[in-house]
Design a binder for this molecule. Structure first.
Ligand code: LHQ
Length: 265
């Protein structure tokens, strides 16, 4: 089961990473973390990769940490912190910092760190049958993988507290209504929609899209003045790219732009 804990597929202009431990609802083991880390480094280093699709095999997206993997031979639970430092925190940072859009296709339950890893992606699409569970409190833990940071920002403090303290599952439909995710779609349409988005991004102005990600992330900590300064810098950087020139040319010539994603010379 664990020989290929993740699957990587190369498509034209983007990659698909599938968490692949379906019997355990794609819960994370150390081996899976290591494989995912390698796949993300390879995607980032490939100039032809301009978007990423993250999904899960089988009926779940990801059930967070594999709770069997955390038991010692004697069955004791270890003191935690090391796994976050070594794997979960770098993973969340990487997802947010990748220089192209990351689309999560949440095909089923996303629980514990699995939910917050999905929410760290730029665009979250969820199947109607999916749900998001801040399962941590049920086992005496606290939301990690950025959960305490992103939940109140996305859905406000009252709903963030409710989800984190009760561990109640949030169905996809409500997640969309609350603004936790971009969109819910019928189960049969999920992967088609996710691929469509990735194809769109794969022919997008990649440098500009990466700057949009960075600008929106920075906005959460900046006051208006600092954010205006940042927008000025990012706009300057975006305007140096060949894609900006192409975008304007295509608009004036009333045709679709052909973006290359290339950086400014
Ligand atoms: C699992 C798991 C799982 C192992 C389902 N592990 N087998 C970070 C740093 C270090 C350590 C600790 O944690 C963290 C971050 C975290 O992520 S903590 C939170 C860990 N995750 C959870 O507590 C979620 C546990 N799972 C569940 O609550 C349920 O399985 C959910 C709500 C996800 C789905 O429920 P059902 O749809 O009813 O499925 P199920 O419970 O029947 O699960 C199917 C199988 O998957 C089952 O195995 P079995 O052999 O009985 O078929 C589960 O034992 C297994 N599984 N989650 N995290």
């Amino acid at each position: 089961m664990d020989e290929t804990p993740i699957l990587v597929e190369q498509r034209a202009g983007y990659r698909v990473i599938t968490l692949n431990r379906p019997q355990r609802l794609n819960a994370f083991t150390e081996t899976m973390h290591q494989a995912l880390k390698r796949a993300l480094v390879e995607a980032e280093n490939d100039p032809a990769c301009r978007a990423l699709l993250l999904t899960g095999a089988g009926r779940g997206f990801c059930a967070g940490q594999d709770l069997n993997d955390r038991l010692s031979q004697g069955g004791e639970t270890p003191v935690l912190g090391g796994a976050l430092e070594a794997y979960y925190n770098p993973l969340v940072r990487t997802l947010r910092e990748l220089p192209f859009p990351v689309v999560a296709a949440v095909n089923g339950v996303a629980a514990g760190a699995g939910a917050n890893i999905a929410l760290a992606c730029d665009i979250v699409l969820a199947a109607k049958s999916a749900s998001f569970v801040q399962a941590f409190a049920k086992i005496g833990l606290v939301p990690d993988s950025g959960g305490t940071w992103i939940l109140p920002r996305l859905i406000g403090p009252a709903r963030a507290r409710g989800l984190a303290l009760t561990g109640e599952p949030l169905p996809a439909e409500k997640a969309e209504a609350w603004g936790l995710i971009w969109r819910m779609v019928d189960d049969g349409e999920l992967m088609g929609e996710a691929h469509k988005l990735c194809m769109h991004f794969a022919s997008g102005p990649t440098v500009g899209l990466a700057l949009i990600k960075r600008g929106l992330d920075a906005a959460w900590d900046n006051d208006l003045d600092s954010q205006l300064d940042l927008e000025r810098e990012f706009q300057r950087e975006a305007s140096l790219t060949p894609d900006y020139a192409e975008g304007v040319r295509a608009f004036l010539e009333k045709r679709a732009p052909v973006f290359t994603g290339r950086k400014a010379k």
